[in-house]
Design a binder for this molecule. Sequence first.
Ligand code: A2P
Length: 337
Amino acid sequence: MSGHSLAIVGATGAVGLKLLQVIDERVKEVKSLRLFASSRSAGQKLTFRGKEITVEDVAKSDFKGVDVAFFSAGTEASLEYCPKAVKDGAIVIDNTNAHRMNKDVPLIVPEANFHALKKEHRLIANPNCSTIQMIVALAPIHRVNPIKRIVVSTYQSVSGTGLEAIDILKRQSKAILENTEIPQGVYPHTIGFNLIPQIDVFLPESGLYREEEKMVRETQKILESDVKVCPTTVRVPVMYAHSESVNIELTNKMTLDEVRAVLSKAEDVVLLDDPANSVYPTPFECQNKDEVFVGRLRNDPTVPVGFNMWVVADNLRRGAATNAVKIYTEMVKHGLI
Ligand code: A2P
């Protein structure tokens, strides 16, 4: 059978299950597929193309014979098992924060910086979900007119935290509507009918939460630029898809029509921008899609050359699984594997 032997580590999680779906949709030939998780779900069966696959405990397995392993089991698991997978001969596409800022690891958004991925790379990092969708929208503009500064506020859905977070949002919302005791967990505050301006841990030196720091450092690495990035990341009671209010300041003169023309031709970007008729992307309508949707495109009159936009994408697909699978399919297309 042609194709490659693939593996998903964290297969039972929110991103892992999405990887299973996106591989099915986007990869024509799969020689074999192995699924890994922790001992908690070892033995569980998941279905791929009509066949049941038993989930293996990653701690008790090896990666011999695996060509490409997709990791989405959290940073700790990636730190422990990515090197092992590489040692066993697999190419690793890691969806966690474990290796993203390692200078020997390319951090890839295929539409923006596929050129940074070379044949000798065995470990490749998938950026953070909120970075990916912003980069897909901004890289085409940055290519023609370098971005000097980005101010971004995110509205991030709970699915970015994992299956447990989807469950707590459902249970808290139900409890609030039924006026019963609100269950707690996953987040430091109730997320049902609320907003939490904290994603990941606090970094006292900068005053940022780690998600914000990721957006700064990952954006600079991917764009190969010292662009200034000023982020505020917020968890919102939305199940799927992240939204972002993005403000950019550019180096050279550019009109709104020129920006619109660049975005309308950009790969995987869809302009939904007719504000007079209430046409703009919303997270509910962008779930289960692979593109990045842009609306509310307008001038920022407070700086010499600046623009505002509203950017929405499905965080589990475009912000995770689809980006990872696209890295793999582009590697195949360019003969890097
Ligand atoms: P498990 O189901 O066995 O706990 P989510 O992001 O939705 O919370 O999912 C996380 C995924 O990562 C799950 O598949 C989970 O497996 C897996 N996982 C978490 N920690 C580990 C670990 N230490 N080793 C292997 N898999 C892990």
